[in-house]
Design a protein around this ligand. Structure first.
Ligand SMILES: [Fe+2]
Ligand SMILES: [Fe+2]
Length: 265
């Protein structure tokens, strides 16, 4: 079984590059399950219901997010409209599971593909150099007690490399993959851990690389040089799609390989 995980789609440039490449990457690699992080899909900040549905229509089964999920106000209602046991699209848009339980939406999804293959996706957010949420390690334990599927992909949306690697080791052998998001720069440390969990510290963004992690570089430079607040706008140049392709055994959920992809124009 092949799983494609596409990193943080950033603004219009990110949506275009994903639209350009997703179909042929899926076909060439016989991808069964497609998961895409969309936390920056709407102008770099959050995601709207319309953009979520546009990305579902490209072939994504589940969409994940992170700290930017709440940036567009209308997404809270969309997430809240998710039905706990249905296969409606809002239910397949996730926010990190370790937000307080009162937050709209869900942090995991468990479902079946057309060929009856069971799978689950978990979205977690780190706590180091980020807002204080509940413990992502214990949140993973709690979710894994509920989930029946063997094939389980975890999007760990976190800043600190150490926290990401630690979660990879913590979940080794219990999930199919732990893939990091949020820093927007792909790391060259993809590997299958000893007990069968594919791991990569960060998958990288799908967005404009002529930027500072997606934002127009002049605006970010001005903030560093002056210390003054200013509005950030999504950049456009040099779009690339960053993704990871995980091969696993559909019966056991154990990963057998992981490969990094970066596709430009
Ligand atoms: Fe992001
Ligand atoms: Fe983020």
């Amino acid at each position: 079984m092949q799983i494609l995980f596409v990193g943080d789609v950033f603004g219009q440039a990110g949506r275009h590059i994903v639209r350009e490449h997703l179909r042929h990457v899926i076909e060439e690699n016989h991808v069964d399950l497609v998961v895409i992080n969309v936390e920056n899909a709407a102008g770099g900040f959050g995601v709207t219901p319309g953009i979520a549905e546009e990305i579902f229509s490209l072939g994504a089964h589940v969409l994940t997010t992170g700290n930017h999920v709440w940036d567009k106000k209308e997404i809270a209602d969309y997430l809240q409209s998710a039905r706990a046991d249905g296969d409606e699209q809002p239910r397949r848009l996730l926010r990190p599971a370790n937000y307080p339980g009162s937050a709209p939406g869900y942090g995991f999804y468990e479902g079946k593909l057309g060929n009856s293959q069971s799978y689950a996706v978990i979205n977690l957010q780190g706590r180091v150099f980020m807002g204080s949420l509940e413990d992502p390690f214990r949140a993973a334990d709690t979710l894994l007690e509920k989930i029946q599927a063997k094939v389980i992909l975890v999007d760990f949306h976190a800043e600190a490399t150490s926290e990401k690697i630690a979660l990879g080791w913590y979940l080794d052998g219990r999930v199919t993959g732990v893939i990091g998001t949020h820093t927007h720069v792909p790391t060259a440390d993809e590997r299958v851990l000893p007990n069968g969990t594919a791991y990569q510290t960060d998958v990288g963004m799908s967005g404009p690389f002529d930027s500072v992690i997606g934002v127009q570089k002049e605006l970010v430079l001005a903030r560093f040089l002056t210390g003054l607040p200013g509005k950030f706008e999504a950049a456009k140049g040099d779009p690339r799609m960053c993704a990871s392709l995980i091969e696993c055994d559909g019966l056991t959920g154990k990963a057998t390989s992981i490969r990094r992809l970066m596709l430009g124009e």
